[in-house]
Design a protein around this ligand. Structure first.
Ligand SMILES: [Zn+2]
Length: 231
């Protein structure tokens, strides 16, 4: 079964996409584009509270992510349930990602940058790399996984990639008008906002997005490394 969509946003953990791309996601959903979220792990290690069990936290974070996706107008949110801090660039994981890309057939895929050098979660690096490889060449080539063809998952060419967290951003999206929804979506991740210990989350985020708009004629932005994929 295929469910063609415009944009597939892939994150390692619940909340990554809100930090990285929520304002841009709202721009797309306002234009009527179909956006699907794919969340690879449960984020069950994202706490300093010794009293909470990982499976409890995963359930909380799934709810928080669904609430945030709702605020942004995301059409569907898919959870893969891999262990937090446990993503690996394996042939099986790559194949699963290729299957999903062929199923949703997105024009654009958005995820975390694999090449940010320091203090970057290993899961962020791994998913960025797996996406990059899955998009090109594995999702595109019919001989990559002949058995997927038997399941009706035909090759698919993704046209555009956006990576958040890039050190060398080459594209800045204007989120001045959608910043309020980015804040609202981030607030849905209550368990994580608590961990951040920033009483003025909106002010902190405003400064962050102001920096992301550096060199542009708009006030608030999200910065990406963007690639168009040639034929
Ligand atoms: Zn993360």
């Amino acid at each position: 079964m295929t469910h063609p969509t415009d944009i597939l946003v892939v994150s390692a953990h619940p909340d990554d996409a809100e930090f990285g791309a929520a304002g841009t996601v709202v721009r797309w959903t306002r234009e009527g584009k179909g956006v699907v979220y794919l969340v690879c792990t449960g984020g069950e290690k994202g706490t300093t509270d010794p009293g909470i069990r990982p499976e409890e936290l995963a359930a909380i974070r799934e709810k928080e992510q669904r609430a945030a996706a709702y605020v942004l107008g995301v059409r569907e949110t898919v959870f893969l349930g891999y262990p937090d801090q446990g993503l690996e660039d394996t042939p099986d994981f790559r194949k699963e990602i290729v299957s999903i890309i062929r199923q949703y057939r997105p024009h654009t895929v958005v995820t975390s940058d694999p090449y940010r050098r320091y203090i970057w979660h290993r899961d962020h690096r791994i998913i960025g790399q797996v996406i990059l490889d899955a998009v090109y060449p594995y999702a595109r080539d019919h001989l990559a996984y002949p058995d997927l063809l038997d399941k009706g998952l035909k090759p698919h060419k993704v046209r555009e990639l956006y990576f958040w967290g890039a050190e060398n951003a080459n594209f800045r999206s204007d989120i001045t008008d959608t910043f309020g929804q980015k804040v609202a979506a981030l607030r849905c991740h209550e368990s994580q906002v608590r961990e951040m210990n920033k009483p003025d989350i909106e002010g902190w985020l405003r400064e962050f997005c102001h920096n992301m708009a550096e060199g542009e004629d708009f006030e608030l932005g999200e910065a990406f490394y963007r690639i168009e994929i040639p034929d």
